[in-house]
Write a protein that binds this ligand. Structure first.
Ligand SMILES: [Zn+2]
Ligand SMILES: [Zn+2]
Length: 388
């Protein structure tokens, strides 16, 4: 090999043929097979229902199982649920939960670092979407599972890891064939529930590594490329609120508002009522609001050329007061919660709770007042010194 050839080889690591062929074949069969079969035979309503059900099962096994349960340990789950996630994860064909979590922890630890983040968005859309899996970019790290030692103690994770290939073949081939036999259309089921379903599951999950780092709002932090995007949340069972997720990754929720689409959160929460999940971790409201306000403040000062130093000083002052009020509000809320629990347990007389309710109300009113003041000040400073 000449010098030039060897340096070219060093630039581009070897192709991982298994991954490349799996992606290429499944995509081609789905892209050609679905329209041809739809035209020549048609797909029954039963098959389409099975397609949607399988997409949801495999997709949510990745988001609720691989991602929020195993990679981030945001809650604990009963073994029966873990087995379901392990099977759904094999059906999603995204490697074992152990391997996936190891990659994902590296992604969070070294986010946007082109050498260390396995799917760094700074290397572009193609690389972060699928390119990173087509060549041996991080071959030295593949079998190093030091960052997932905790998961090695989970018998379900290790059972799935040891039997990954067998489980993947059984679920990806066995399930569509079983559906086909039940509905009397084996080829239709193999094309739709087998191939097309896998392509959809693959690319919607991959959007979280690519699009959710490119397209959307940086609501809570701009220290990394992660974005909040409600549309992507629709395609990814709630994982589109990726900016929130990157700053508060220990939270079992990604969409924290009631109107945000996060079915993964709804599933984890509903399972807790049945005793299937517990220890659901949430970020303190104070931290969340503080991060959001800091970003608003940062964006406003970046956008506006605040020439008048006194305006800037006043703005700083108001910001500090606002954060202090925010802290006070969440402290009172916590006190109230503690007293309520005590009152329930020890039968303490009610006025204590009523008084605290009043105090919480007053602090909330003061907080809202300062919030309004702050945003008015921001608006005024954006209009420039002449507006004052
Ligand atoms: Zn994550
Ligand atoms: Zn990310």
């Amino acid at each position: 090999m000449s010098l030039r050839e060897s340096s070219a080889a060093a630039e581009k690591p070897p192709i991982i043929w298994l991954n490349t062929l799996v992606f290429a074949i499944t995509f081609s069969v789905a892209a050609i097979g679905v329209p041809v079969y739809a035209f020549t035979h048609g797909f029954s309503a039963g098959l389409i229902t099975a397609l949607v059900g399988t997409i949801v099962f495999a997709g949510i096994s990745i988001t609720a199982g691989y991602h929020r349960l195993w990679a981030h340990r945001t809650y604990d789950a009963h073994w029966s649920l873990r087995i379901l996630f392990a099977l759904g994860g094999a059906l999603a064909v995204q490697n074992s939960a152990l391997h996936w979590s190891s990659d994902h922890r590296e992604h969070h630890k070294h986010v946007d670092d082109n050498d260390k983040d396995p799917y760094s968005a700074k290397r572009g859309f193609w690389y972060s979407h699928i390119g990173w899996m087509l060549r041996e970019y991080q071959a030295s790290r593949y079998s190093n599972y030091d960052n997932v030692k905790d998961l090695q103690k989970d018998p379900v994770v290790m059972w799935q890891h040891r039997n990954y290939l067998l489980l993947t073949l059984l679920t990806t081939i066995g399930w569509p064939v079983a559906i086909g036999l039940m509905l009397g259309d084996v080829w239709g089921a193999v094309i739709l529930v087998g191939f097309a379903r896998l392509v959809i599951n693959h690319h919607t999950t991959f959007f979280i590594n690519s699009l959710a780092h490119i397209w959307g709002k940086q609501t809570y932090t701009d220290r990394n490329t992660a974005r909040d995007n409600g549309f992507l949340a629709l395609l990814t069972f709630g994982e589109g609120y990726h900016n929130y997720h990157h700053i508060f990754s220990a939270d079992y929720r990604n969409g924290i508002r009631w109107w945000q689409f996060d079915p993964t959160k709804w599933l984890i929460r509903s399972c807790s009522w049945l005793g299937l999940t517990r220890n659901l971790k949430r970020t303190n409201g104070y931290q969340i609001e503080k991060a959001r306000l800091e970003m608003q403040f940062k964006k406003a000062t970046e956008q506006a050329q605040i020439s008048c130093e006194t305006t800037l000083a006043k703005l700083h002052e108001e910001f500090d007061v606002l954060v202090a009020k925010l802290r006070e509000y969440y402290q009172v809320r916590k006190q109230l919660l503690d007293i309520k629990t005590k009152a329930l347990a020890q039968n303490v007389h009610v006025p204590t709770v009523a008084e605290l309710h009043e105090k919480a109300e007053a602090v909330r009113n003061a907080l809202n007042h300062h919030k309004r003041e702050f945003s008015q000040m921001l608006a005024r400073s954006l209009q420039g010194p002449n507006a004052a």
